[in-house]
Design a protein around this ligand. Structure first.
Ligand SMILES: C[S@@+](CC[C@H](N)C(=O)[O-])C[C@H]1O[C@@H](n2cnc3c(N)ncnc32)[C@H](O)[C@@H]1O
Length: 389
């Protein structure tokens, strides 16, 4: 290890010991294509313990890890100069800069600062949250006070929004995008979940987005676009349109949460036709299939009870949707959206595009068996996609 590097690391150790370390940055990756772009370090106080929060800024996401002083120094030894060529230590009274050239030659500069700085030991929780209620649009949407506190009667809603953001993050994180991510949130309503999506993708995952909230009610579209404009959010827009009429030119992710009855089918069909990589929907009021089942007069040991017929109609509707998505090359998953006590509409149907399956005939057979068993003529999604029996 070079003398300058050793000096830099021991200066970091001393300032950490003396509680004088304000922040530190590691930048200029050795490998220009390194997914890890830079690291930002700041001291934090967690459960009375002084630690150092390392924020790893990757190309498309951030990751935060906390280390004690010894681990921090170890981490510096691993990162300098093998991963990064520049490091700057900001202490309360000086800046120490280590520069390593691509040939391995290093320089160390120390500069006294004019005005002493203070250590800020607050953990930057707000910034690391998937959805930050302090963002001004949450106040404009009526979820928080002016100071960014979620109001008592919106706690439930906020919890739901947060849960949704967690699920969407887990689905989107493994995906690879080239350039802007094109997203449509169909039947976007008041835009709560659209804003959460925007926040998650742009602020947390550092993605460039083109998010369209598709909503049929002009008053909502007007209101939400005003909030988008006043918050200066680039890459998001609400469009006044029915799902059926909205024809996206490019679509990576389709979201449709609580789109009533067959509007969910319109959304899924639109996602399939546009070749969306990910389809996420929370179906709502499954009238079409229930009415067909009732009309057929066919009942079995389960559906002879009205309440079970209703539940069975929900499961059949969504099972056939999942099968149709599989037929078109999606790997499907059904997951719980939020706890039952908040709403019975708590199922998320997720499809990830994997390519045309080689068992299309057996998928069709399963669909037809279900329809026959419950006296269903055609699922509306079949009609939209013109699946022939
Ligand atoms: C129950 S809200 C869901 C809002 C939001 N997605 C959520 O989960 O909080 C349904 C919204 O979909 C809109 N909507 C219903 N059918 C639609 C259609 N065919 N095209 C576009 N929007 C529709 C309604 O105006 C309403 O705002």
């Amino acid at each position: 290890m070079s003398e300058n590097l050793e000096k830099f690391i021991s200066r970091v150790g001393e300032t950490a010991e003396e509680n004088m370390l304000v922040k530190m940055t590691l930048s200029k990756p050795v490998n220009k294509h390194d997914d890890l772009r830079n690291i930002y370090v700041k001291p934090v106080l967690i459960k009375e313990k002084r630690l150092f929060a390392f924020t790893y800024h990757y190309e498309r996401r951030d990751e935060v890890k906390n280390y004690d002083a010894a681990q921090m120094l170890q981490m510096l030894r691993e990162m300098l100069p093998d991963r990064f060529l520049n490091a700057v230590l900001f202490t309360v009274n000086e800046d120490v800069t280590l520069l390593v050239s691509s040939k391995g030659k290093s320089t160390l500069q120390t500069k006294k600062v004019q005005e002493c700085r203070e250590q800020n030991l607050e953990h930057d929780k707000q910034k690391n949250r998937l959805v930050n209620p302090a963002n001004p649009w949450w106040y404009q949407l009526g979820l928080t006070t002016r100071e960014g506190k979620v109001t008592a009667d919106m706690q439930h809603k906020f919890k739901q929004i947060y849960k949704y953001a967690e699920i969407v993050e887990s689905l989107i994180k493994p995906m690879k995008f080239e350039g802007t991510v094109h997203i449509a949130d169909m039947a976007a309503g008041k835009g709560y979940l659209t804003f959460a999506l925007y926040e998650l993708l742009t602020q947390k995952m550092n993605l460039d987005v083109d998010i369209k909230g598709v909503e049929i009610r002009p008053d909502l579209v007007l209101k939400i676009n005003e909030i988008i404009r006043s918050s200066n959010l680039k890459g998001m827009e609400f469009v006044e349109s029915s799902i059926e009429d909205f024809k996206p030119e490019k679509l990576d992710v389709l979201i449709a949460l609580h789109a009533c009855n067959t509007a969910t089918d319109d959304a899924i069909a639109s996602g399939i036709k546009a070749g969306a990589e990910l389809i996420v929907c929370a179906p709502c009021c499954h009238k079409q299939i229930r009415q067909e089942m009732e009309r057929s007069g066919k009942v079995d040991a389960i559906t002879r009870y009205g309440i079970f017929l209703e539940r069975q109609a929900v499961m059949i509707t969504d099972t056939i949707r999942a099968l149709i998505m599989e037929y078109y090359g999606y790997k499907t998953q059904v997951m719980e959206f939020i706890e039952m006590e908040h709403t019975p509409k708590n199922v998320l149907l997720v499809g990830k595009r994997v390519g045309k399956p080689n068992n299309r005939d057996s998928i069709l057979l399963k669909i037809n068996e279900l329809k026959k068993q419950y006296g269903i003529g055609q699922h509306y999604l079949e009609t939209l996609l013109e699946i022939q029996e």
